[in-house]
Design a binder for this molecule. Structure first.
Ligand SMILES: [Zn+2]
Length: 242
């Protein structure tokens, strides 16, 4: 099992050392990693691994039977053998954009739940734009302006985030109805990593996030599209995120 070292509260670590546990032709496994593997609507980190005599770009990161596989493109040297110490460097700019976007997704999801009683049915963030599917929902232009305004009001309050592991039973009691489908998270996952925005939102989530809402910057709802009778997709961007 690869140790997911970015959990529960190390989203801001972008350089680290780790030990190779397995090397294949074009990927490596580590005993622990701060690279985020694709999942939960958040793309994988990018970056590089360096070791004595070599360097490789990390071009994709995936969960693989409880481990994390770092797909690499070799730049110099030969891929290191098991037991080699490597230095990991995560692309900070990309990580920061994804963390801002992902945290913005929590804000918009909370605003829509509070204002319209609609749940988040799915989401996908990218460094430059993001989307969230809500249901049951159907928004007009006035609704979109309201969602944008309420989201920016929360961001302007610069609320702080707490990220910590909590017992599943406590989380199940305290997460608001409709906020997140806890039954989709396997029962074996206990404790759950919870992301709490001070006095505003609480949600189990394994992604990366900023530490204060002010770091998100201004949010603009750019589009919406109906994805069926009951489902509405909202798309948004962030200031300086492109
Ligand atoms: Zn999250």
């Amino acid at each position: 099992m690869t140790d997911l070292r970015y959990l529960p509260d190390a989203d801001d670590v972008t350089t680290f050392t780790a030990t190779i546990t397995e090397t294949t032709q074009d990927s490596v496994f580590l005993d622990g990693t701060y690279f985020y593997p694709e999942g939960g609507g958040q793309p994988a980190d990018r970056g590089a691994l360096e070791w004595d005599g070599g360097r490789a770009d990390v071009v994709d990161v995936r969960k693989d039977h409880g481990d994390v596989r770092h797909d690499v493109e070799l730049r110099t040297g030969e891929l290191p053998a098991e037991g080699t110490t490597v230095e990991g460097r995560i692309d900070e700019d990309r990580r920061r954009k994804l963390s801002r976007m992902h945290t913005a997704q929590h804000v918009v999801s909370r605003v829509v739940l509070d204002e319209y009683g609609a749940s988040t049915a799915g989401n996908q963030v990218y460094p430059d734009r993001s989307r969230i599917d809500f249901e049951p929902a159907s928004f007009d232009d006035e609704d979109l302006e309201r969602i944008e305004r309420r989201s920016n009001e929360a961001i302007d309050r610069d609320l702080s985030l707490v990220k910590e592991n909590r017992p599943r039973s406590i989380v199940e009691e305290r997460v608001d109805e409709g906020r997140v489908p806890l039954d989709l998270i396997p029962d074996s996952v206990d404790p759950l990593r919870v992301v709490e925005i001070e006095g505003f939102d609480r949600c189990p989530c394994g992604g990366t996030h900023v530490s204060r809402l002010g770091e998100i910057g201004r949010l603009t709802v750019t589009d919406h599209v109906s994805k069926g009778e009951d489902t509405e997709r909202i798309e948004f961007e962030l200031e300086d995120a492109t």
